[in-house]
Write a protein that binds this ligand. Structure first.
Ligand code: NAD
Length: 368
C-alpha cells in the first residue's frame, strides 16, 4: 500500500493506493473517522460491479450505511440530482459526523463531493475513485461540481475529502476509451511536470491494459497523485499554479464540445488539445521543433478517436468563448517549454487557436 499525503494543514488528508484494497475500506474509514454511519453514493454500473464488495467491507468494520444509486453519465451531475440526494440524506437522518462515500468515476466524485460539502454545511467525504481519470485526477484536490444547462461545472465548491482510497484492480472492467481518457491526464502530468513519467508511460503502454497485478501501475498512480497534491498544496483555490493542470484543456474543451459531449471522452480530447497547445508553444518559439515532433509522435500513438472534422473555426472559437473560464476575458492556454519543463499560462489569439486546429486536422486526416 502506498500513501501520498496532501499537506493542507487542518484540511490535510492521505491518499491510499493499493491493489485489492477495496475490502479494507471499512477499516480505513474507521481508522480515520471512527465507527460511524453514512451513505455510499455511487452509480448503477459501479454498484452492479463492486457495490457488494464495498458494502461487505463497510459492514465487517461495523459501519451503518445506505447505498444511494444514481444513473451513470454526465447528466447525473445536475442540481436536480443534488436536491434528490439531499432529500435522501435527510430521510436517512444523516448528521454532521456521518460520512458520504463517493464511489465511482469523476461524475460520482464531483456530485457526491458537492452534496457532501454542502449538506449540513459539510459532512466528511471519502473518495473511492473507480476510473483511471478519477484515481489520478478528480478525486484529489477537493474540486466538486454540478453542471447547469449553460455549461459544465458552473456550480461547485472547494472541499477536501477526509480520505482517498484507490484500488487499481477495479480498472479491469473499465471501457478502453475510459482508460485512454485517464491516460490523457497521466500524460499531462508527464508533460507539465515529470519528463521521466512521460517517457515511462510511452515505453510501458502495457501498464494500462492489465490491472490484476498492478504494482507498477500503483507507482504511476501514486506519482500522479503526488504531483497533483504538490500543485494543490501550493494553490488550493486555483488562482495560480493549479491552472497549469489545464494543459490541453483549452482546445480540448472545444474539440470535446465539437464532437458532441459523450462522443469523445474528456481525456481523449485533452490529448488532442495537448498536441494543439504544443504546436502553439512551438510556433511561439517556446518549445523546440524536435521536442514538439517527439510529443506529437508519442501522443498520436495512443489510438485516438477521430477529430470532428466538420467543426468550423467559428464554431470552435464559439465553444472556447462559452467556456466559463474565458467568458469575460481573453482565451488563455497553458504553454510548455519542454517535456516536464517550464510552463506558463498565457493569453492566446484566435489566429493561434485556428492555426492549431488546422494543424490537428491535417494530422487527423493523415492518420486515417
Ligand atoms: P464517469 O464518472 O462518467 O465514468 C465513466 C464511465 O465508467 C461511467 O459509465 C461509469 O459508470 C463507468 N465506471 C466507473 N468505474 C468503473 C469501473 N471500475 N468499471 C467499469 N465501469 C466503470 O467519467 P470519468 O471520466 O471518471 O469522470 C468525468 C467527470 O470528472 C467529468 O464530469 C469531469 O468534469 C470530472 N472531473 C473533475 C475533476 C475535479 O478536479 N473535480 C477533474 C477532472 C474531471
Amino acid at each position: 500500500m502506498k500513501t501520498v499525503d496532501v499537506d493542507l494543514g487542518e484540511d490535510a488528508y492521505p491518499i491510499l493506493i493499493g491493489g485489492s484494497s477495496l475490502p479494507e475500506v471499512g477499516e480505513f474509514v474507521e481508522e480515520r473517522l471512527g465507527r460511524i454511519d453514512g451513505a455510499v453514493i455511487t452509480d448503477e454500473t459501479v454498484d452492479r460491479l463492486y457495490g457488494d464488495k464495498l458494502a461487505g467491507a463497510l459492514e465487517v468494520a461495523g459501519h451503518d450505511f445506505e447505498r444511494v444509486i444514481v444513473e451513470p453519465g454526465e447528466e447525473s451531475k445536475s442540481p436536480e440530482n443534488a436536491k434528490e440526494l439531499y432529500e435522501k440524506l435527510v430521510e436517512l437522518e444523516l448528521h454532521r459526523d456521518s460520512f458520504v462515500i463517493a464511489f465511482g468515476g469523476g461524475v460520482v466524485g464531483d456530485l457526491a463531493g458537492f452534496v457532501g460539502s454542502t449538506f449540513l454545511r459539510g459532512v466528511p467525504v471519502i473518495q473511492v475513485p473507480t476510473t483511471l481519470l478519477a484515481q489520478v485526477d478528480s478525486s484529489v484536490g477537493g474540486k466538486t461540481a454540478v453542471n447547469l444547462a449553460d455549461g459544465k461545472n458552473l456550480v461547485g465548491t472547494f472541499y477536501q475529502p477526509e480520505l482517498v482510497l484507490i484500488d487499481p484492480t477495479v480498472l479491469n472492467t473499465l471501457d478502453p476509451a475510459d482508460v485512454r481518457s485517464g491516460l490523457g491526464e497521466v500524460l499531462k502530468y508527464g508533460l507539465i511536470w515529470d519528463e521521466e513519467l512521460f517517457r515511462e508511460i510511452n515505453k510501458n503502454q502495457a501498464l494500462f491494459e492489465e490491472f490484476d497485478e498492478p504494482a507498477e501501475l500503483e507507482r504511476v498512480i501514486a506519482r500522479c497523485c503526488e504531483i497533483k497534491a504538490e500543485i494543490v498544496t501550493e494553490d488550493e483555490k486555483d488562482r495560480g499554479i493549479r491552472r497549469i493542470l489545464n494543459f490541453g484543456h483549452t482546445l480540448g474543451h472545444g474539440i470535446e464540445a465539437g464532437a458532441g459531449y459523450g462522443e469523445m471522452k474528456h481525456g481523449e480530447a485533452v490529448i488532442w488539445g495537448m498536441i494543439g497547445e504544443s504546436w502553439i508553444s512551438s510556433q511561439r518559439g517556446y518549445l523546440s521543433r524536435e521536442a514538439r515532433k517527439e510529443i506529437v509522435g508519442i501522443l498520436t500513438g495512443f489510438d485516438l478517436p477521430p477529430l470532428p472534422l466538420g467543426l468550423t473555426e467559428d464554431k470552435l472559437l464559439g465553444y472556447l468563448r462559452q467556456d466559463k473560464k474565458s467568458r469575460r476575458e481573453a482565451i488563455n492556454s497553458v504553454l510548455i517549454r519542454g517535456i516536464g519543463g517550464e510552463t506558463t499560462v498565457e493569453e492566446v489569439k484566435d489566429a493561434e487557436l485556428v492555426g492549431a486546429w488546422n494543424y490537428l486536422k491535417e494530422l487527423g486526416v493523415e492518420e486515417e
